[in-house]
Design a protein around this ligand. Structure first.
Ligand code: PLP
Length: 421
């Protein structure tokens, strides 16, 4: 496999060549830039060649507090103290503290949040949440998932991702995307499934908004309809907040944004601000459907993950991160809309809080925009993920981004994208 190479980047190109020689490409999601980062601070990534990039990705919606956040790093070290790095066969106070903080952070918006299970990645959290519902009712094998969702690649998370499944027990239901149908359409779809599988449906899993499918944020009534239907049929309603948790949508959790009370909420990414941490929080009777060992694994609830989760909660409280996100969100939206006005290839903006999709005319143009943003102007650029759903640019900077940063980043885009045909 030949390595991605960019002119004028000798040091980065060498690293990219070494990478291509030693690692399988399956490890990585394709991005045309393949930026090689030397250091990162706040919303800025610095490349090996010393160029600076505004990070419009937060990793992949992970470092919500930005890179090397000083208060986070201090608190994290304090919570870590002299604890062991693994706690598989022991208990640490920081684990209990972090679990209690998760529940406290949810309780006012969702009284169903009672107990926690930890995981080491989002997809493992999804797997554990689904296990809970399936173990609670072993006689109900059917799993409902919203079509074109992304829950991960492994196990049941993979089975419920996309629009087709090799798992014969999975059925997909519609999610409003380009075309929003009347409520009765979605209700009928669910009622038909209830009639086809009486007392056989264990759970319904959805994302608050379809992220990987290209940023589709549904009307408020949609999730309420799903919740009502789940309650009426005693089906566990699982909200995949692996991506939306910790402030992304302008509330701490997207279940607050959409005003629903899921039975199980899965958290990931922002929970540890980069430390691998994920968790399921929800109804005690569902969490307790798993007994000793059924959801245990080597890294879940390790002290570093729990320390990071506690430090994240502290910084959110001390610095009003959610309020800040809400305050800068209109600036971000206005700037994104200005791109649609300026550039004929920028077609539409979808999103909320600090998570947006900018739909471009086609795949080639979208990739070109990612590259030109990276090349930037006068040593400064903007870092995007590779386009989602072929032609949608994900915009999800750290939540600490300021209005000044946003203005500066868009000034780069206004100029750099003039080079796009
Ligand atoms: C909504 C959502 N669910 C689940 C996952 C899977 O998380 P992980 O990659 O940590 O397994 C992701 C990852 O992008 C996600 O965005």
């Amino acid at each position: 496999m030949t390595a991605v190479q960019h002119s004028g980047e000798p040091k980065s190109n060498t690293i990219r060549q070494r990478l291509a020689a030693i690692e399988g490409i399956g490890q990585r999601t394709y991005t045309p830039t393949q930026v090689v980062v030397k250091k990162a601070k706040g919303v800025i990534l610095e490349t090996l060649e010393g160029r600076k990039l505004y990070d419009f990705t937060s990793g992949v919606l992970v470092t919500n507090l930005g890179h090397a956040h000083p208060r986070f790093e201090t608190l994290y070290q304090q919570y870590c103290g002299e604890l062991p790095r693994s706690s598989y066969n022991m208990v640490t106070e920081v684990e209990v503290e972090a679990s209690e903080r998760i529940i406290r952070s949810m309780k006012h918006g969702n009284p169903k949040a009672e107990k926690v299970l930890w995981a080491a990645s989002g997809s493992e959290g999804i797997q554990k949440a689904m296990w809970c519902a399936l173990h609670k009712h072993p006689d109900r094998p059917i799993i409902l998932a919203t079509r074109y969702g992304f829950h991960g690649k492994k196990g049941l998370a993979g089975d419920t991702t996309g629009c087709q499944s090799s798992n014969p027990n999975v059925r997909f239901i519609s999610f409003p995307m380009y075309e929003e149908k009347p409520e009765s359409f979605y209700q009928n779809e669910l009622d038909t499934l209830a009639a086809e599988f009486p007392n056989k449906i264990a759970l319904l899993i959805t994302e608050p908004y379809l992220g990987a499918a290209g940023s589709f944020h549904p009307p408020k009534w949609y999730h309420k309809l799903l919740q009502r239907w789940c309650e009426a049929h005693d089906v566990a309603f699982i909200f995949d907040e692996v991506q939306s948790c910790h402030g992304r949508t302008g509330n701490m959790y997207a279940f607050e944004t959409y005003d629903v009370q899921p039975d199980l909420v899965v958290l990931g990414k922002g929970l540890g601000n980069g430390e691998p941490a994920a968790a399921v929080a929800g109804r005690a009777d569902l969490i307790d459907a798993l007994t000793y060992g059924e959801a245990s694994d080597t890294f879940s609830a390790n002290p570093r993950a729990c320390a990071a989760a506690c430090a994240v909660f502290d910084v959110f409280e001390e610095e009003g991160i959610v309020d800040h996100c809400r305050a800068v969100a209109p600036v971000m939206r206005e700037k994104l809309e200005s791109l649609v006005e300026r550039f004929p290839f920028a077609k539409a903006v979808r999103g909320e809080g600090l998570v947006y999709g900018l739909e471009m005319s086609d795949k080639i143009t979208a990739e070109r925009c990612v590259l030109e943003a990276y090349r930037g102007i006068d040593g400064m650029g903007v870092h995007f993920l590779g386009p989602l759903a072929e032609k949608v640019l994900r915009v999800s900077p750290p939540l600490i981004i300021t209005e000044k940063d946003i203005n500066a980043a868009f000034d780069i885009l206004y100029r750099a994208w003039q080079r796009v045909g």
